[in-house]
Write a protein that binds this ligand. Structure first.
Ligand SMILES: Nc1ncnc2c1ncn2[C@@H]1O[C@H](COP(=O)(O)OP(=O)(O)O)[C@@H](O)[C@H]1O
Ligand SMILES: Cc1ncc(COP(=O)(O)O)c(C=O)c1O
Length: 280
């Protein structure tokens, strides 16, 4: 049976982050994706500012009713919330439908150095979603904010932040050091309350890592829905984003997303048909 996975997140009209990234990734990992759009993000290419329009609480509630019409999902993930009341609403649906697997990507910053997004959601994330999370996947800045630790620049600080986040109630914490943690490698740390496990890949020297966090958590969500064990699921998700970043897609010379389709692209049944079509 095809697993059903839900993304509760914002729309990124650029097509590479947010709910667009999630749907592309869900499909890539062989799962059926449902969506609840919390907000619409539009990037202005002239001044590099975002416009963010939250959906009404009523509209979000109606989408969730539709999402849960068949009962709980195989896994759900949250991204950009839109406004704090959304966290409470998600909490309500999780309780009501006995939802088990929940991946919380606590989106509070974008890729630009000053792209702080919806800081008003910090308390709601900690209070309503983290205690229910199978895993929470902050980037380095989000981990610093949620653990109230500020800037994280070393492995020791990374571990300390993971321990603080674990105290907020998730079953596991995965902090993405990514491009932000100093060093040659993109290091992500998993903490399950007992052990620390590091996931490392060489840093790709590119700006095409927009959407990497959303796609990482979406890949993880799909793998967990397919009952792949947590550490293997993280390794698969990391492998996916690393090669996606390497094959980046640039909308403009300075706006680049990871490419979501690289697994399917190499499928012989697809590529052979494409060649056939082109020669006709
Ligand atoms: N330049 C890069 N090279 C290799 N891996 C990267 C790079 N940037 C991010 N990653 C990886 O992509 C995933 C998402 O991390 P990150 O971009 O930090 O998240 P977010 O999008 O939430 O800020 C992580 O697995 C991280 O290690
Ligand atoms: C709707 C939405 N969610 C989340 C993000 C964060 O994306 P990333 O995966 O690069 O952290 C963005 C960034 O543009 C976005 O537009």
């Amino acid at each position: 049976m095809i697993k059903k996975v839900l993304s509760i997140a914002g729309s990124d009209s650029g097509g590479g982050a947010g709910i667009q990234a999630d749907l592309k990734t869900f499909q890539e990992f062989g799962t059926f994706g449902l969506t609840c759009i919390t907000s619409i993000m539009a990037f202005n290419p002239d001044n590099h500012q975002y416009t963010l329009t939250p959906m009404s609480e009523q509209l979000i509630h109606q989408q969730l009713l539709n999402n849960f019409a068949g009962g709980s999902l195989d896994a759900i993930k949250t991204g950009l919330l839109g406004h704090p009341a959304v966290a409470e609403r998600i909490h309500y649906f999780i309780q009501t439908y006995g939802q088990k697997k929940l991946i919380v990507d606590p989106v509070l910053v974008g890729k630009g150095p000053s792209d702080l997004l919806q800081q008003e959601n910090i308390h709601a994330l900690s209070h309503y979603l983290l205690p229910k999370a199978t895993i929470v996947t902050p980037n380095l800045i989000e981990a610093g904010i949620l653990s109230e630790q500020g800037e994280i620049t070393s492995i020791d600080q990374l571990k300390k932040s993971a321990r603080s986040l674990y105290q907020l109630g998730p079953a596991s914490v995965l902090i993405k050091g990514g491009n932000r943690l100093p060093g040659e490698m993109a290091i992500d740390l998993l903490y399950d309350g007992t052990d620390y496990t590091f996931f490392k890949s060489p840093k790709v020297n590119t700006s095409s890592n927009h959407g990497a966090g959303c796609s990482f958590s979406a890949a993880l969500t799909a793998c967990l829905a397919r009952n792949i064990p947590l550490k293997e699921a993280i390794a698969l998700a990391k492998d996916y984003v690393t090669s996606g970043i390497q094959q980046g897609v640039f909308l403009t010379p300075d706006i680049g997303y990871l490419w979501h389709g690289h697994y399917y692209q190499t499928d012989q049944r697809l590529t052979s048909k494409e060649e056939h079509h082109e020669t006709n």
